[in-house]
Write a protein that binds this ligand. Structure first.
Ligand SMILES: Cc1cc2nc3c(=O)[nH]c(=O)nc-3n(C[C@H](O)[C@H](O)[C@H](O)COP(=O)(O)OP(=O)(O)OC[C@H]3O[C@@H](n4cnc5c(N)ncnc54)[C@H](O)[C@@H]3O)c2cc1C
Length: 337
C-alpha cells in the first residue's frame, strides 16, 4: 500500500531535527508498490529515499518526492544446526532487528546494537561499530532498480562493501531502492570483542553471552553519544580519514599519542577523525545554535532551532581547522541534501 503526504514537515523525520519540509512524501509497505510508483510516464522526476533520517542533513525544502519504506517483516528463509538465514524488509527498525537476533540466540548483529535507522539503510553505508560491520552478516540485498524498472538482487560480494561504503553509495546511488536484506546469522557463539572497552566491560559482567554483549554495547553507546531525542545530531558527522601508511607514520612521529588503525588496504592507515577534531581545539566548540559535542568531537549537534546551513557552516569550520593543523581533509559521512 502507498500512503502520500503533501507539504510535509521533516523535523520529526531527521535526527538533526532541522525544520525543513518536503513537497511530497510517499510511504510504501510492499516492494510491488514501487512498480506502481515508477510506472512509465508516472515516475517522480526528483526523488530520494528517506529511512529513519539518522544520516541525512536537510539544508533546504526538498522539492521532489521522498520515498520511505515502512514494511518491517522478518522471515526465516533457512535454518540448520549452525546457521540461520533471514530476510528482513527495509522499513524494519535496525535495533529491533538486532534485538530479535539476540532473543533467538543467533550471533552476528549484537555489536551493532542501538545504531539508529532502518534495515534498508544498513547496506548503504555498511554500518559498523565495535569491530563489526553490516557486511559481515549480509548475504544478499534485494532492491528495485528505478532505471530498469525491475526488482534485482545483489549477493554480498557484488555489493562492493568497504568502510562506510557500498555500491549503493556509488554506481547505484539515486537508482536503487533497497526493499529487503538477507542476513546469515550464526547459531554457535562467536563473540567479537576486539575493542578494549567492550572486552573489559563484558568480562566484568561475566560470560560473553549475546545478552551481555548487547547490554554493554548499549550502555557504552548511551554514555558516549547524545540522545537524538534531546540533542539533534546524526552520530559521526565525518568519516575517519584513510591515508597512505608513510603519511600516517610521519604524523605519528610528530604526534606520539595519535591513534592509528589498520585499513582494508595494508598500504593505508585509518585515523580517528574525532581525535583530530579534538586536537584541533574544536571539541565542545559552540557557534549559536550548533556545536561540536562536548564528549564526542565527531558529533555535531543542534542545540535547538538550527538550520541545515548552520550545521554545514560548522562542519566547514571543523574541516578547515583539521586541515590547518594536520594537513588532512576530513569528509562528511552524513548525506547532505
Ligand atoms: C546517534 C547516532 C549514532 C550513530 N551511530 C552509528 C554507528 O555507530 N555506525 C554507523 O555506521 N552509523 C551510525 N550512525 C548513522 C546512522 O545510524 C546510519 O547511517 C543508519 O544506517 C541510518 O539509517 P536511516 O534509516 O536513518 O537512514 P537515512 O538517514 O534515512 O538514510 C541514509 C542514506 O541511506 C539511503 N537509504 C536509506 N534507506 C534506503 C533504502 N531502503 N534504499 C536505498 N537507500 C536508502 C538514504 O537515501 C540516505 O542516502 C549513527 C547515527 C546517529 C544519529
Amino acid at each position: 500500500m502507498i500512503t502520500e503526504y503533501f507539504e510535509h514537515p521533516l523535523r520529526e523525520r531527521n535526527s538533526f531535527h532541522v525544520e525543513e519540509s518536503v513537497a511530497r512524501l510517499v510511504e510504501f509497505d510492499n516492494k510491488n508498490d514501487l512498480d506502481v510508483l515508477f510506472a512509465e510516464g508516472n515516475a517522480p522526476e526528483e526523488w530520494y529515499i528517506l529511512g529513519g533520517g539518522n544520516n541525512i542533513l536537510f539544508t533546504q525544502r526538498y522539492n521532489g518526492t521522498l520515498i520511505h519504506p515502512v514494511g518491517n517483516k522478518i522471515q526465516i528463509l533457512n535454518e540448520d544446526s549452525s546457521l540461520m538465514t533471514v530476510e528482513v524488509e527495509a522499513g524494519m527498525d535496525w535495533d529491533e532487528f538486532v534485538c530479535w537476533c539476540v532473543e533467538r540466540g543467533v550471533w552476528g548483529a549484537e555489536n551493532l546494537s542501538l545504531i539508529p535507522g532502518t534495515v534498508g539503510a544498513a547496506p548503504v553505508q555498511n554500518i559498523g561499530a565495535y569491530g563489526s560491520e553490516a557486511k559481515d552478516i549480509i548475504h544478499a540485498v534485494h532492491y528495485f532498480d528505478t532505471q530498469l524498472r525491475e526488482h534485482r538482487t545483489l549477493l554480498n560480494a557484488e555489493c562492493r562493501f568497504a568502510y562506510r561504503d557500498s555500491i549503493f553509495k556509488q554506481e547505484l546511488r539515486g537508482r536503487a531502492i533497497i526493499t529487503s536484506v538477507e542476513f546469515t546469522l550464526q547459531k554457535n557463539a562467536c563473540a567479537r570483542l576486539l575493542y578494549g572497552d567492550l572486552k573489559k566491560e563484558v568480562e566484568a559482567k561475566g560470560e560473553a553471552t549475546l545478552e551481555n554483549i548487547r547490554e554493554v554495547v548499549c550502555s557504552i553507546r548511551r554514555s558516549k553519544l547524545p540522545d537524538t531525542a534531546i540533542l539533534g545530531n546524526a552520530g559521526s558527522f565525518f568519516k575517519n580519514p584513510i591515508i597512505p601508511l608513510e603519511d600516517a607514520e610521519a604524523l605519528q612521529a610528530q604526534y606520539e599519542n595519535m591513534p592509528i588503525y589498520p585499513a582494508a588496504d595494508s598500504d593505508y592507515r585509518k585515523l580517528a577523525a574525532g581525535w583530530l577534531i579534538d586536537q584541533s581545539g574544536m571539541k565542545g566548540y559552540r557557534n549559536g545554535n550548533v556545536g561540536v559535542h562536548t564528549k564526542q568531537a565527531l558529533v555535531l549537534v543542534n542545540y535547538g532551532g538550527a538550520t541545515g546551513h548552520e550545521v554545514i557552516n560548522l562542519a566547514k569550520e571543523v574541516q578547515h581547522r583539521v586541515k590547518e593543523k594536520f594537513g588532512i581533509a576530513i569528509e562528511p559521512e552524513v548525506n547532505i541534501l
